[in-house]
Design a binder for this molecule. Sequence first.
Ligand SMILES: C[S@@+](CC[C@H](N)C(=O)[O-])C[C@H]1O[C@@H](n2cnc3c(N)ncnc32)[C@H](O)[C@@H]1O
Length: 297
Amino acid sequence: MVIEHEDGAWGAYVPDLPGCVAVGKSRDEVERLIAEAIPLHIESMREQGEPVPRSDGRWLYDGPGRMSAGREVEEEARATTVAYPPKGDQDTANPLSRHRRMQVPSRVAAQRQRAAESSFSFSSEDSTGELLAVLAASVRTNGRICELGTGLGVGLAWIVAGLEPRTDVAVITIENDAHRSALAQEAAWPAWVQFVTGEATVELPQLGRLDLIFADAEGGKWYGLDLTLSALNPGGMLVLDDLVPQDWKSDTEKETHRQKMDEIRSQIFGNPDIVVTELGQAAGILLAVRRTAPSDI
Ligand SMILES: C[S@@+](CC[C@H](N)C(=O)[O-])C[C@H]1O[C@@H](n2cnc3c(N)ncnc32)[C@H](O)[C@@H]1O
């Protein structure tokens, strides 16, 4: 977004959204007007079936007189960031987020489509998916990854997208809903992806040590978290999402969710073998790594 000031008038436009402009008498006014105009403009593009471009989220301010100086607006602009949300992503509430996004891999888009057709609304958001792809890409040679809660395969698709074209890895995904698992399996997955239909806390202990676990089901997260932590290899990573209760939950459910997440935090932050941080994207992510002991090296 670019904000300009000339001859007492303020203007704003969005290079990524041609035609999305605002004019005002003050900087505050033009910022408010352009903030109102962006979602309307995007909505109208969506209604007309036009592709909505991704943004790098820059908020550029060109000080007084800069336009008349005739210099490139972006050249010396004072840059801060502004929320410029891809719709439907909860993490965009953070106005300091920079939303430079990966291109959504086609296999992710295909699983999203499957999820939409099945009215399944619990798939991972793109910001979570990107993290999964990045972490999957870092997994050691012959590494093993496990997802608890396949859903319709959106998170799995991000993991696979981060790994391809490797063939040395194994990805196991566990889902206790047989119908959902079957729908997810309809896609063409690499041979190193294994679907398990069953209860996460029963299946997980049979898998041996893992290098990356995405805990996205009640089993192994809300209960049986000790099994998940025990399954991590030294240096192995755990991604646990939904720290913040979803909007659709009732007040009572939200309170239960918060209490449960606090218990999970205590269990993980209190474990001397684990290094952990919380990330603010999506509905809150906890990223933990099992320490490598000297005897492991
Ligand atoms: C949030 S969704 C998973 C979304 C998926 N991981 C993604 O990234 O798109 C949670 C899934 O976990 C499954 N699930 C819930 N409890 C489970 C358990 N104890 N064992 C295995 N799967 C479970 C649910 O049926 C649901 O499909």
